[in-house]
Design a protein around this ligand. Sequence first.
Ligand code: ADP
Ligand code: MG
Length: 381
Amino acid sequence: MVIACPCALGLATPTAVMVGTGVGASQGVLIKGGQALESAHKVNCVVFDKTGTLTIGKPVVVSTRLLKNLALRDFYELAAAAEVNSEHPLAKAIVEYAKKFREDEENPKWPEAQDFESITGHGVKAIVRNKEVIMGNKSLMLENNIPISIDAEEILAETEGMAQTGILVSIDREVTGVLAISDPLKPGAREVISILKSMKVKSIIVTGDNWGTANSIAREVGIETVIAEAKPVQKAEKVKELQAAGYTVAMVGDGINDSPALVAADVGMAIGAGTDIAIEAADIVLMKSNLEDVITAIDLSRKTFSRIRLNYIWALGYNLMGIPIAAGALFPGTGFRLPPWIAGAAMAASSVSVVVCSLLLKNYKRPKKLENLYIGGIRIE
Ligand code: ADP
Ligand code: MG
């Protein structure tokens, strides 16, 4: 009775999960519960959002091409007044750039925008100074029946080829200008993708941005599978499709537009610098907004699970050996019976070994492969 006490079995999983989540937190990987930690060790496909996830997410306007006769200052005043209401990183870039054309640069007062509407994954709409401003990607223009001139098409293709995002700005139903916005890759993005490959984890980009830019970025980081121009629901659908194909999918994203996919994925990982909604929807939050923490999370989960397996060996080992002896298996031959005090000690020892084994997880170090992203413990930027 004493030796068969299954308390070590009961301790095997929760202790390891507790230590695992604690270690994760100290590494900047916030794991919201055991379920997330459990699913992460099976992940064999990671879906990355582009803007703010693979890229820094602090885009800057690098060029403006006006197609109509209009002062840059006036053009940017309308654009900024519309975008200042949006949370999107591209919107912030536009507002930041527009300040350069103002005398009150520090704290500009933009004209009021009426009927502001943010079309997630497409752009924004607003009425500014009695002019209808619609800005965003090509499909936003098409949906609003705004014709895109050949000139505008050419500028778009040019920006996309350089891995920049082209934003069309229409004023009173005419495409008036095209902004090129550049958002560089996060440092280490290439290495992270290649390390994932070496861990037999497939990487995919799913982005709301256009195909040209998405393909250019994919080429730069070394990802072969790209889905572009995906609306938020389509991101989630892609995740479900991959799951149906037998993959255990992790989704890594930062935006409101990634939230449905973060929920649909087996493990949703939000970038710490992302929007609150994404952080809320995710199972794991990468507090440092580093891409390599995707690898830390998967690796930590794998290590935790091998600990749990080891714990079961400890817990079952004592029982498997102890129970038959306690039942008198050795008595006929050797006359040995397990005295209750030894049974008690063994039972306690099995619990102690399980707890110690779990605690040893505290020595976790991030995978060696990631070390070349650091020099003397400091991240290379
Ligand atoms: P991602 O999936 O890469 O994070 P999003 O889905 O947020 O990108 O956006 C997709 C595209 O929609 C952008 O590349 C941009 O062309 C357009 N867009 C989205 N929000 C805005 C905005 N506030 N202003 C202008 N364009 C926008
Ligand atoms: Mg994003």
